[in-house]
Design a protein around this ligand. Structure first.
Ligand code: GAR
Length: 255
């Protein structure tokens, strides 16, 4: 090893260096720098603190929650985080609806929350909105993007930047009943059970890899409302559970 620079703590001077050490350094032309001691700090003490676990990296999953409406799934996720069953840091809540309850709830909980102007092209997010969402996610150092009732189609750049790290909850047992009001479709079809699905998001609507499903029975006399309430109850258990198992399931947290 032939260092250009050799640093030594301020409890030494060039004169008190081990003569052999000094000779070897001078031979290779290394500059010897004596750094002033910082009162109260020592390498030994720092090593002890590291060994004791201080400064251990934060293993909470950094998530963003995107929603357009009521935000009951966001509340269920938030409660799981608060109770410690889901080790996560909710970095930001984003919504395409300015006065949505989900943004109000986030503000109430003290979670960073932002409205993203969706743009004027019908139900679609404008390219500028797609980019803005991705920029917010990156700026908040998000690892996993959670869609909880986000009623617009999320595309690139987010889907590429967060490949296999965008997850959605859908109110049906996919692949049955994609799209809107899936529970009503199950009821109309005369099915005996409905349910919800947590799945990864890809370029096709409600078609990404299924992570887990929870069934909910369809009971005699059910209306669309009573059935949907039962499905949402299932969502509130299933979604936080699957998210809390993210790492154990071998799902990615970074690109
Ligand atoms: C949820 O039931 C979710 O399954 C559905 O929106 C609702 C949001 O409720 N999402 C979809 O239909 C997406 N295809 P919330 O705002 O009370 O969480």
């Amino acid at each position: 090893i032939k260092p250009h620079l050799y640093a030594k703590g301020g409890d030494y001077t060039v004169e008190t260096l081990n003569p052999e050490e000094r000779g070897a350094l001078e031979e290779v032309g290394a500059k010897i720098a004596i750094l002033p001691l910082v009162p109260g700090r020592s390498t030994t003490a720092t090593l002890k603190r590291v060994a004791a676990g201080e400064g251990k990296t934060d293993d909470r999953l950094k998530i963003a929650v995107l929603g357009s409406g009521y935000g009951s799934n966001f509340e269920a996720i938030y409660e799981a985080v608060q109770s410690g069953t889901f080790k996560a840091d909710i970095r930001v809540v984003l919504s395409d609806v300015k006065d949505s309850r989900i943004l109000q709830k986030a503000a109430e909980f003290g979670v960073a929350n932002l409205f993203v102007e969706p743009g004027a092209s019908g139900g679609r997010l404008s390219p500028a909105a797609q980019k803005e969402i991705c920029d917010h996610l990156k700026r908040h150092e998000v690892e996993v993007v959670v869609l909880a009732g986000f009623m617009r189609i999320l595309k690139d750049p987010t889907l590429t930047e967060f490949k296999d790290r965008v997850v959605n909850v859908h109110p049906s047992l996919l692949p049955k009943y994609k799209g809107l009001k899936a529970w009503a479709q199950a009821l109309e079809a005369g099915d005996s059970e409905a349910g919800c699905t947590v799945h990864l998001v890809n370029n096709e609507i409600d078609s990404g890899r299924i992570l887990e499903q929870q069934a909910a029975p369809i009971l005699t006399g059910d209306t669309a409302e009573t059935l949907y309430a039962r499905i949402q109850e299932a969502e509130h258990t299933l979604f936080p559970k699957v998210l809390s198992e993210w790492r154990e399931r071998g799902l990615p947290v970074g690109s």
